[in-house]
Design a protein around this ligand. Sequence first.
Ligand code: 13P
Length: 253
Amino acid sequence: MNAKRRPILAGNWKMNMTVTQARELASKLIPLVSSVKDRDIVLGPPFTALSAVAETIKGTNISLSAQNLHWEDKGAFTGEISADMLLDSGCKYVIIGHSERRQYFGETDETVNKKVKQALKKGLLPILCVGETLADREAGKLNETINRQVNGGLKDISTEDMKKIVIAYEPVWAIGTGKTATPDQANEVHALIRQKVKALYSADIAEGLRIQYGGSVTPENVSTLMAMPDIDGALVGGASLKPESFAALVNFK
Ligand code: 13P
């Protein structure tokens, strides 16, 4: 954490929660985090529950994120969701390039970049996900992979737009596995990303950039992660599905 950057705690609900369950989760969370003023709180329900959660959190200190979008404005793209639809459903953020989308749905740095551009064009704030697989790490390709994903995802993004982006570092081997990167391992990659953004933009932009860590974050390990100088937040899967555990995460000391 760094006093200059406002922490951002986001829950990625992935393919979980019916509309009824989503409403209940959000309703229970609201009073548990209502006194939080110095951090951003974001919920990422599945598309079908966005409107219901938007209604539930209206007027609170919680914001809404989608988990994906399409890069075109509208048209014959069966099964896809546009930026306008997300804005109309109450979204402020959109998660882009999550490793599960890269791994199972063929997303590439090129499609990720198109989505980042579309989100920015329409006024959604992108949470751009990057992260290496265990095979990348073991083959000594950590830096190469992160560089490729950061370069690719941010291709042709202006300095003004870069100020609106959050980057989430999620080592694929730490997602849903219970294996968290150690605070030092995570911070090392966060610092690398910040360095890269400094080279691409400027020291000011890099210093202002918020970088979340994701991968088996829990109420137990969040404080040691957030104590690291380059870790500015968390993108949380499993532990965001229960109001008590996500609230405990948000309220980290
Ligand atoms: P887990 O917290 O379940 O490991 O998931 C992390 C993640 O992928 C968040 O986007």
